[in-house]
Design a protein around this ligand. Structure first.
Ligand SMILES: Nc1nc2c(ncn2[C@@H]2O[C@H](COP(=O)(O)OP(=O)(O)OP(=O)(O)O)[C@@H](O)[C@H]2O)c(=O)[nH]1
Ligand SMILES: [Mg+2]
Length: 236
């Protein structure tokens, strides 16, 4: 009888092995820090067609999308953040890439669900966003920002329904539970488990810009989405 002495196959994981996580996180952080304003568009058809992977930040108004982009890119005012909901009113694109070579784009989208916006504007914006999510060809991943004190709202659920077919075809999807600094540890763990059940195959992470929770983890996920080939070689 022969004994199989081959090592077990290495599982393909979303993140690098634990021992190298620190250096992988600093590579991801260095990459995100290269972010530069690329363009802004009031409507979808003004967006330039791009070939590089695009990662969109979506979610309710005031959820913390712009703050998250500033935190991940370690830049104070790359995206406009504000206490006043409805601060981001255009589609804003930020280019990422070392040595001036763009290898990915982050998109900051206006939030939805802001009560003070007139109904017609709300409907118009929901259509623009739905179109963006369905038709943007280079869209590689979606980060849905959600304030865990409100949980996933009806509009978040509609968004999940819109993107479901693309997620089934390989679109990456992450729910970021923002402002985790406002939760106790018990509340945070509870909302994390509930949201994982709702995420339908997507990933879920806790995040806080103020307490700096989840920054490395989210940075690594975005880096992996934009560099799938590098991820494959890291496990061989
Ligand atoms: N405590 C706490 N506050 C945060 C955090 N992230 C964002 N905020 C605050 O939440 C408010 C809204 O943040 P923005 O980043 O402008 O939110 P947004 O989702 O871009 O909002 P719109 O552009 O209106 O859709 C600001 O007052 C931020 O300072 C966080 O992690 N913790
Ligand atoms: Mg914003």
């Amino acid at each position: 009888m022969t004994t199989n002495t081959n090592p077990p196959p290495v599982p393909v994981t979303a993140s690098p092995p634990a021992a190298s996580t620190k250096s992988a996180a600093s590579i991801a952080a260095g990459w995100l820090h290269t972010a530069k304003f690329l363009t802004t568009a009031p409507q979808l058809h003004f967006l330039p067609a791009l070939e590089v992977p695009e990662i969109a930040f979506v979610g309710r108004s005031n959820a913390g999308k712009s703050t998250c982009i500033n935190t991940l890119t370690q830049q104070k005012q790359l995206a406009f953040a504000s206490k006043k909901p409805g601060r981001t009113q255009h589609i804003n694109l930020f280019a990422l890439g070392k040595q001036g070579i763009t290898d990915a784009v982050l998109t900051d989208l206006p939030g939805y669900g802001y009560a003070a916006v007139p109904k017609q504007d709300k409907i118009r914006w929901q259509q623009v966003m739905a179109n963006y999510l369905v038709t943007r060809e280079n869209l590689k991943g979606i980060v849905l920002m959600c304030d865990p004190r409100h949980g996933l709202t009806e509009l978040d659920e509609i968004l999940l329904d819109i993107i479901r077919p693309r997620v089934q075809q390989g679109l990456k999807f992450l729910i970021v539970l923002t402002k985790a600094d406002k939760l106790t540890r018990t509340e945070a763990n509870k909302v994390l488990s509930i949201t994982k059940l709702q995420a339908g195959g997507g990933e879920v992470r806790l995040f806080s810009a103020t307490k700096r929770i989840g920054i490395d983890e989210v940075s690594l996920i975005l880096w992996d989405w934009a560099h799938p080939a590098a991820q494959d070689t890291s496990v061989q």
